[in-house]
Ligand binder design. Structure first.
Ligand code: GLN
Length: 287
């Protein structure tokens, strides 16, 4: 079968899905199987594809048609211009999270340019936040923790893929495994924040296939902020930055939790849809 025909067939198999982009996903998958980039696929429509690849492609498209995320099929998700390896068991990086990373990168430039500062990413998952900071700021030291084995395995694959020897990964439940003598200039986290009862309402790609542990933030979605905000003060330097990704309707509540704990200069950043997505503040000793 020719590339064009196969693409059409594949895209048709998933066009009924509410989420995703059928032609792009079919192209990504075929490119992966043929080991070529998208441009090759677009410019070689008449090329014949071997039966082995056709069968594999259709089998995987069938899986995708049931809601299985394309990123787990191709083991890849682009984030901050980097190719992250992903597999079932880690949350797939979201482009909204780039807002947090961009903020941290410009914060480093403004406040600690070219200094070897320490950054902690709590619940590093595949490494999207911590590793992209480490990649773009080679002289910062990034510590990443996660409670999940799969996450640490995947983050380590990504760390090695980009030779990030400025990254240390640790298995830890939040701050538990971190030595109290460690002090961080920045603590960043994208913790699980979906309210338990809302998980059922998420798209199938997320609720059926992404790790529940990375999504479930307890009854109101705020469990992890309640734990991380007070504890973070023991690990942040004076004037250190605490920055979170948050759910679209959690900005005010998390802002007031941070205010109650004495954080200053609290800001809420919006995502591309104009929804609250990031909250941040600076640790200040109470006078
Ligand atoms: N942004 C993710 C989603 O909407 C949730 C990530 C999280 O809970 N940290 O599916």
């Amino acid at each position: 079968m020719e590339i064009n025909q196969l693409l059409k067939k594949g895209a048709n198999m998933i066009k009924g899905r509410q989420y995703g982009n059928p032609v792009l996903e079919a192209t990504l998958l075929l490119g992966e199987l043929l080991n070529v980039d998208n441009t090759h696929i677009y410019t070689h429509g008449k090329e014949e594809v071997s039966q082995v690849i056709v069968d594999k492609f259709l089998e995987l498209m069938e899986k995708r048609s049931k809601g299985y995320p394309i990123q787990y099929i191709i083991n890849k998700k682009e984030f901050m211009g980097l190719d992250f390896y992903v597999e079932e068991g880690v949350l797939i990086p979201r482009s909204d999270t780039e807002i947090l990373v961009e903020y941290v990168l410009s914060y480093i430039e403004e406040n600690h340019n070219n200094q070897p500062i320490n950054i902690l990413d709590i619940g590093i998952g595949s490494g999207a936040i911590g590793l992209s900071i480490a990649y773009y700021k080679r002289n910062v030291n990034v510590y990443g923790t996660d409670i999940s084995d799969v996450s640490l395995k995947v983050a380590n694959i990504n760390k090695n893929r980009y030779n990030l020897d400025n990254v240390i990964l640790m298995e830890s439940n939040l701050f538990e495994g971190i030595n109290e003598e460690n002090r961080f200039h920045i603590i960043a986290s994208n913790p699980p924040y979906i309210p338990k009862n809302d998980i059922e309402t998420l798209q199938r790609e997320v609720k059926d296939y992404e790790p529940m542990k990375a999504l479930d933030g307890g009854k109101d979605g705020l469990d992890f902020y309640r734990r991380i905000i007070p504890d973070s003060k023991r690990y942040l330097i004076e004037k250190g930055l605490l920055i979170f990704e948050i759910g679209y309707d959690q900005g005010q509540q998390i802002k007031s939790m941070m205010t109650d704990e004495g954080f200053k200069d609290i800001k809420i950043l919006k995502d591309l849809q104009g929804l609250d997505r990031v909250v941040l503040g600076v640790k200040e000793r109470r006078s």
